[in-house]
Design a protein around this ligand. Structure first.
Ligand SMILES: NC(=O)c1ccc[n+]([C@@H]2O[C@H](COP(=O)([O-])OP(=O)(O)OC[C@H]3O[C@@H](n4cnc5c(N)ncnc54)[C@H](OP(=O)(O)O)[C@@H]3O)[C@@H](O)[C@H]2O)c1
Length: 259
């Protein structure tokens, strides 16, 4: 399927590894020029090089912490007329409810609510003027169903979702859409770290903890980041202009509700 976005410019935040990287790959495959970002310059450079070589698209790398307004300015300056924005960032660390401090909450709100909103505010007016824009926010399945220990993540991302819900309706007439993808358990470094933590907590081998986590999924496996990237690219496609304000779970059936 031709997604109709060849030659479009996409900013993909926090995209040197994991789900962000998978979105970047899927958008490059659709012919988009990319701006990539991540804190570790070496990992970012390796991802940018791999994408350039594989797809022959222009890739601009912006190393830096996205929570720093200076990094965000450079990211936006690299593609001020971006057609596609994939909002991603690191997730808050796992913490038991009783141990969460005010500082933890502020840091989570900064990373997973205020930072993506700042990028939307910077790019949305131009998208509306040019009559094309696709904004995809990577949030979490925990927005729909709680995950103990990820309360800061759930709260900050729910805040982002609600904050953008009216803008999603206001800008669709300008062919600008705003949607969120809610990942369940995907095989990324973050997921690997979570499994290692559980294995250490329960004193079991990492492989056993991994098999146990996979067995609890109706799909009996973790998601492949490429499956996530493909959904992101579709939401960024020309064909997806009538989809806005949606929160799309991609979790192998883990969410237990019928609706
Ligand atoms: N994987 C899952 O199963 C899952 C499930 C639900 C929600 N999520 C959420 O989805 C998002 C992506 O998860 P993931 O599994 O892909 O994580 P990951 O494997 O840890 O990758 C995170 C990416 O973001 C970059 N990054 C992290 N903090 C950054 C910052 N402050 N500024 C710029 N770049 C930053 C990392 O590069 P550097 O470290 O070099 O900066 C890396 O490229 C996270 O918010 C996560 O909480 C993931």
């Amino acid at each position: 399927m031709d997604l109709g976005i060849s030659g479009r410019k996409a900013i993909v935040c926090a995209s040197s590894r994991g789900l962000g990287r998978a979105c970047a790959i899927a958008l490059a495959e659709a012919g988009c020029a990319l701006v990539l970002n991540g804190r570790d310059p070496q990992t970012l450079a390796a991802t940018a090089k791999a994408i350039r070589e594989r797809f022959g698209v222009a890739v601009h790398e912006i190393p830096g912490d996205l929570d720093d307004p200076a990094t965000r300015s450079v990211v936006v300056a690299a593609a001020p007329e971006a057609d596609i924005l994939v909002n991603n960032n690191g997730g808050p660390p796992f913490k038991t409810f009783g141990a969460i401090t005010r500082e933890d909450i502020l840091a989570g709100v900064e990373s997973n609510m205020l930072t993506p909103i700042a990028l939307v505010q910077a790019l949305l007016p131009g998208m509306a003027q040019r009559k094309f824009g696709r904004i995809v926010n990577i949030t979490s399945g925990s927005v729909r169903a709680p995950i103990a220990g990820l309360d800061v993540s759930s709260g900050a991302r729910a805040g982002l979702t609600a904050f953008l819900a009216s803008a999603a309706r206001a800008y669709v007439r300008d062919n600008v859409t705003i949607n969120a993808i809610l990942p369940g358990a995907f095989a990324t470094d973050r997921q690997r770290a979570a499994i290692e933590r559980v294995a250490a907590q329960h004193g079991v081998p990492i492989e056993a903890a991994r098999a146990d986590a996979a067995a609890r999924s109706p799909a009996r496996r973790f998601g492949d980041p490429a499956e996530f990237g493909a959904l992101c690219a579709f939401l960024a496609s020309a064909q997806a202009g009538f989809i806005t304000g949606q929160n799309i779970l991609i979790d192998g059936g883990a969410f237990p509700g019928a609706f």
